[in-house]
Design a protein around this ligand. Structure first.
Ligand code: PGA
Length: 254
């Protein structure tokens, strides 16, 4: 059905200005002309412009890791969608589990941010995922389904095309405990069925659903081969050029 794979690197609160530039430069050199896979780099906000300079004119896109939903105002310490656009961002990660867990972001705030991102022509990467407790008590599908429905309240069908979903089981993030390809596929298929119930089959078939959680160069191919896995949101392994390159190359169609 031709959904092009989409690999995004979430650098989290890592790198220095120097190492961010160096990583971006290496990735631009190796991946800047890769076709058939979409790629985004999401550095810390203070390095967005420096990374942009390295990837401008290549096929690598720039994304932020978070944003405030207002355009401007008295919100000390926050960064607005207008500012992200001004820094050449085309993407923004919204509702990462670390934002939900450590910064109190709930489904309603996540929804507000998604609506704001879309209204500024930023493509949101919307994260959902269950905790280990929730998985072990058989609540995974309910939890991720509820998160997805809430996240997309008020998102119009024509806007949905700009949305990427990222399924990130919390127990797999930064733990080295990757979901098996079958576990990922099961949840991705469920998320697509939720999209179908909200927007119809035609539209749900074009929306990309990334998997995130301990994706590495040596496990990416198996996960990306699943029919409903359309890419990866990569944390730790996105900080090493050779690992990230291997993950992207695993997404190139045979
Ligand atoms: P990880 O993080 O690849 O280090 O597990 C993924 C993420 O949190 O986006």
């Amino acid at each position: 059905m031709g959904r092009r794979k989409f690999i995004a690197g979430n650098w989290k609160m890592n790198t220095s200005r120097e190492s961010a530039v160096q990583l971006a430069r290496q990735l631009a050199a190796h991946l800047g002309r890769v076709e058939d896979v979409d790629i985004a780099l999401c550095p810390p906000a203070c390095y967005l412009l420096a990374v942009h300079e390295e990837i401008a004119g290549t096929r690598l896109a720039l994304g932020a890791q978070n944003m405030h939903h207002e355009k401007s105002g008295a919100f000390t310490g926050e960064v607005s969608p207008v500012m992200l656009c001004d820094c050449h961002c085309t993407h923004v990660i919204i509702g990462h589990s670390e934002r939900r867990q450590f910064f109190g972001e709930d489904d309603e705030l996540v929804n507000r941010k998604i609506i704001a991102a879309l209204s500024h022509n930023l493509n949101p990467i919307v994260c959902v995922g269950e905790s280990l407790d929730q998985r072990e008590s058989g609540k995974t599908m309910e939890v991720v389904g509820t998160q997805l429905r809430h996240a997309l309240v008020g998102v119009r069908p024509e806007q949905l095309r700009d949305v990427t979903i990222a399924y990130e089981p919390i127990w797999a993030i930064g733990t080295g405990r990757v979901a098996s390809p079958e576990q990922a596929e099961q949840v991705h298929a469920h998320l697509r069925s939720v999209l179908t119930s909200m927007y119809g089959a035609d539209l749900s078939m074009v929306i990309r659903i990334q998997y995130g959680g301990s994706v590495k160069g040596d496990n990416a191919a198996g996960i990306l081969a699943q029919p409903n896995v359309d890419g990866a949101l990569v944390g730790g392994a996105s900080l090493k050029a050779e690992e990230f390159i291997a993950i992207v190359l695993a997404g190139v169609p045979a």
